[in-house]
Design a protein around this ligand. Sequence first.
Ligand SMILES: Cc1cc2nc3c(=O)[nH]c(=O)nc-3n(C[C@H](O)[C@H](O)[C@H](O)COP(=O)(O)OP(=O)(O)OC[C@H]3O[C@@H](n4cnc5c(N)ncnc54)[C@H](O)[C@@H]3O)c2cc1C
Length: 439
Amino acid sequence: MTEHDIPISQPSALPSAGPSAGPADAADVIIVGAGPAGSTTAFYCAQAGIDVLVLEKSRFPREKVCGDGLTPRAVKALVGMGISVGEQDGWVRNKGLRVIGAGKRMELAWPELASYPGYGLVRGRTDLDQTLARRAEKAGARLQEGVTVTGPVLDERTGRIIGVTARPDGEGERAYHARVIVAADGNSSRLSVAMGLRKRDDRPLGVAVRTYYQTPRHDDDYLESWLDLWDGDRLLPGYGWIFGMGDGTSNVGLGLLNTSAAFGHTDYHALLRRWLNGMPAEWGFVEENRTQPIRGAALPMGFNRTPCYYNGLLLAGDAGGLVNPFNGEGIAYAMESGEILARTIVQALARARRAETERVLAGYPQALSDAYGGYYALGRQFVKLIGRPGLMRFATRHSMSRPALMRFALKLLANLTDPRGDAADRLVNGLTKLAPNPE
Ligand SMILES: Cc1cc2nc3c(=O)[nH]c(=O)nc-3n(C[C@H](O)[C@H](O)[C@H](O)COP(=O)(O)OP(=O)(O)OC[C@H]3O[C@@H](n4cnc5c(N)ncnc54)[C@H](O)[C@@H]3O)c2cc1C
């Protein structure tokens, strides 16, 4: 019998040193982080009868810095989890995207497709993330809130992750063990870093800041995006947004890409204020109406951390750098990658022998690449191009007077096509297939 022939019906042996673990500290799958990626992974695993333990450092309801905008892709992911997204449940619907740039404004309805609903949503992350976490719990996942994961527990002989150390609020550090460990701990993913998986310098990264203002614009039925972010006479690669929350406030923010020379030495708060100074006074985007601090965070894009499976650790959502490089959307991709990962885990754990389980788990990066590889490769080229201010200015001016071109751009930038749709869908799908897609 080789080491690969050992049946794996039990969690791996405890490490010889380190904190002790009790039976409540073991599971088939441990997921670190209960954001959209972690809760979706947990939901689909639990639904298939797998024993899942989710460790989350905060306690719900909790804030998360975000634009709170959900495209039809995210709506589809929510609907797939059986979440009721009616307006009576607190969701604010939108019909599409209003784009403002080069002195023009254009309303673009979400495309009519078989694959995605024709509307988007806005929902504060305090509510959204709690809803997703509770949905996972209802499906049978065990969620422990107020538990901060501090590092991996490694098999001394192989270096493979077989558990995590964690500190529940007000208690000492202890170990938790599982057959499979998932890092869904967001952009900084300390667990991935502890396993030697760092962000890639050759992949795009964004930085975004946001806040909330009391405003009459709070019940807008379009997501609004401003392409004109200026640094002196330079047009910056990024955009500003105004998303009505439907509660008297709007989420207002902006994001920039690291392909710009301005990246890294931009004062984002000042940029936000400068941009808002140019808005009509009656919208009320002034200090007295600001209801929250201005907060920011990084957006890891286009497979910013690879590989997504390494030494027993599987990465989902921002931990794997899965934000869409075209538009900075991350929630849908966190949820979709969570579903892809859960389906991989369910199949892997159904295999009788370790080597077979390993083979299935090792297929996860390929499954992600099948889903996003070509599209994200194209996105990485796009990000490089719009990092050139002259080109960005030309593209904005040129496209804002061409509605058909902008409708095509919406499909491309929001990744909303049918496999066998209209000519625009086929063009986007074709470009995606042609894009060179290195690891
Ligand atoms: C300013 C801004 C605006 C954005 N706007 C949008 C938008 O409008 N639409 C959109 O789709 N995306 C947007 N994004 C991106 C989106 O927020 C992320 O892509 C998304 O939250 C990723 O989900 P996740 O589950 O991978 O990670 P997260 O949402 O970051 O969740 C990670 C979870 O892990 C927990 N955690 C972390 N470390 C530990 C630990 N050591 N132990 C235990 N738990 C831990 C955290 O508390 C958190 O709950 C925006 C991002 C920013 C910064």
